[in-house]
Design a protein around this ligand. Structure first.
Ligand SMILES: [Zn+2]
Length: 333
């Protein structure tokens, strides 16, 4: 009789299909690519899935972030994603982490998995994932989509080259297109993430991953299969994980796809959000909205969301420097 996994089992075989029930996977970023990756891995029946995302669902996400509906706007993505995924497959144990991956928490957050999936939109997170991968010898899969392009690369230490073998340093801010500057097509996201999820099923069932970096330009009908460098970098050769050692206290980064800045504190704090309400309301002469996870309101032209771990999203015409000043001035650091 046909059961939930019968079609997949015909293709994979009983042993490899059963193996999926016992594996544990982390997905960092539950945006566009992360939504699709999480959907496939949940439906394929991985044993444990941990969803890590720092953001709330916004209306501009709905064009490509297929896990979310209009009713999810304002909810943490990791929480909304777990709810919809468990409706598709209640047999998968899903954990939601509403948190930001930093050099301070990356090792603790990502150490106990068979595979780490890149659902992020930024190189800061990818270099952290690469370092944890080298340190703990955990495979990870790079996945990116921008404009009409999709790019996927499986990195399995120590067998394969690492991210730094290809790009020793992250690109400078402003040197790469973002989904803000170049835009992104939803179906290109789907191709990248589905390719990535297929690679995941191979790695999790003991099959060799694709030995190449795959790049598709779906709009211009081009595809490239790029061999990673044959000479290994000193970082994966000697397990040097310098991104994990980067200690910072207050960091401001512009938001991809949105007009605004994110402020993060390291190590993550424990903001008493309720305690901040009188201070913020007195300053701004407006009502601020409190939930157990967030405090949000307006300060002049700026829309601000504060999180319990000390993080802030500041939307509006604001530079990282001004956002940092706002934070140190109002919240303190
Ligand atoms: Zn390397």
């Amino acid at each position: 009789m046909a059961d939930r996994y019968s079609k997949q089992r015909v293709f994979l075989g009983a042993d490899r299909d059963a193996k999926l029930r016992s594996v544990s996977v982390a997905i960092v970023g539950l945006g566009a690519t992360g939504s699709v990756i999480a959907s496939w891995l949940t439906r394929a029946g991985v044993g444990h899935l941990t969803l890590i995302d720092r953001d709330l669902v916004e209306v501009s996400n709905l064009q490509r972030q297929i896990l979310y509906c209009e009713s999810d706007i304002g909810s943490p993505k990791a929480v909304a994603a777990k709810e919809i995924l468990n409706r598709a497959n209640s047999q998968v144990y899903i954990q939601s982490l509403v948190t930001d991956l930093t050099s301070g928490n990356a090792v603790d957050t990502l150490s106990d998995f068979d595979l780490i999936m890149d659902g992020t939109d930024n190189f800061e997170a990818r270099y952290l994932i690469n370092d944890v991968s080298l340190l703990k010898q955990i495979p990870w899969i790079y996945c990116g989509a921008i404009g009409g392009e999709a790019m996927v690369w499986s990195i399995v230490p120590p067998q394969t080259p690492c991210l730094r073998c290809l790009m020793e340093e992250p690109p400078e801010a402003g040197d790469v297109d973002t989904c803000d500057s170049a835009g992104v097509l939803g179906p290109a996201v789907g191709v990248a993430a589905s390719w990535s999820a297929t690679e995941a099923i191979k790695i999790l069932t003991g099959e060799p991953p694709a030995p190449i970096l795959a790049r598709f330009d779906l709009w211009n009908n081009e595809r490239q299969f790029i061999s990673p460098p044959s000479v290994r970098c000193k970082f994966c050769t000697n397990q040097i994980t310098e991104f994990l050692d980067d200690r910072w206290t207050l960091k401001a980064t512009t938001l991809c796809g949105l007009n605004g800045v994110q402020i993060r504190v390291n190590p993550p704090g424990n903001l008493d959000l309720q305690n901040l309400i009188p201070r913020l309301e007195a300053r701004t002469k407006t009502i601020w909205k409190y939930t157990p996870l967030t405090l949000s309101g307006n300060d002049g032209e700026l829309r601000v969301i504060l999180f319990r771990d000390g993080r802030a999203l500041i939307h509006g015409e604001v530079t990282p420097e001004r956002a940092r000043s706002w934070y140190t001035e109002i919240i303190g650091c």
